[in-house]
Design a protein around this ligand. Structure first.
Ligand SMILES: [Cu+2]
Length: 204
């Protein structure tokens, strides 16, 4: 696994060095991803920034390679919108019967308050299965960067909270955004059905 990750990191470096090229093999088969010589140019795995996860361990987005991942930007003090995003993610997870192949990434937009320890408490509060869920935090510059890549808008308010877009993005096993659930009134059924089809392309 470690070797595969190192190879993946080397792949990314070479892709960045030669400009992004569209991949042919990366999109076709999960098992090939970690050793694939190229990543799609639109892969978020090209972001090389290092985050801290809920266990205060270094985390880079390319660690998600090999599995589809649902990604949401949240802040743990959010009184209303983020709990609804969490509820939707819970509905999706339950509908997929806690599928081991599906990962979840929560990116905090509030690095001041959302320390790794706070993220860990939040994960406990929501009873998240840490084999499949990762919560990350960093600094404002990295949050801005990933928000731009994901298309999430956010703005701090006078009381230290945030107004923000409500979005659940689905990235494939190569880090390409393949689906978005936008807004709080969206039905997660659409995301569930999209993900089911992606996981089982031959099923009717
Ligand atoms: Cu919120």
């Amino acid at each position: 696994m470690k070797i595969k990750l190192i190879m993946l990191a080397m792949c990314c470096m070479s892709v960045l060095a030669q400009e992004s090229k569209p991949a042919s093999c990366c999109q076709s088969h999960k098992a090939e991803v970690a050793v694939c010589p190229e990543l799609p140019g639109t892969s978020i795995f090209h972001l090389k920034t290092t985050w801290k996860d809920q266990d205060n361990q270094d985390f880079t987005l390319s660690q998600l390679a090999g599995n589809p991942t649902l990604v949401a930007m949240i802040f743990t003090h959010c009184p209303d919108a983020c709990p609804r995003i969490m509820a939707d993610l819970g509905i999706i997870d339950k509908a997929l019967e806690a599928n081991d192949n599906v990962r979840y990434l929560l990116v905090s937009m509030d690095p001041k308050r959302d320390t790794p320890a706070v993220l860990k408490d939040f994960a406990k509060r929501w009873n998240l299965d840490m084999r499949r869920w990762t919560l990350i935090t960093s600094d404002q510059a990295k949050v801005l960067e990933i928000a731009a890549v994901l298309g999430v808008k956010y703005q701090s308010t006078a009381d230290g909270d945030f107004n923000h877009s409500n979005q659940i993005a689905l990235i494939d096993d190569t880090g390409v955004i393949i689906h978005k659930q936008l807004g709080l009134s969206s039905d997660p059924a659409e995301t569930i059905s999209f993900l089911r089809k992606w996981l089982n392309p031959n099923q009717l």
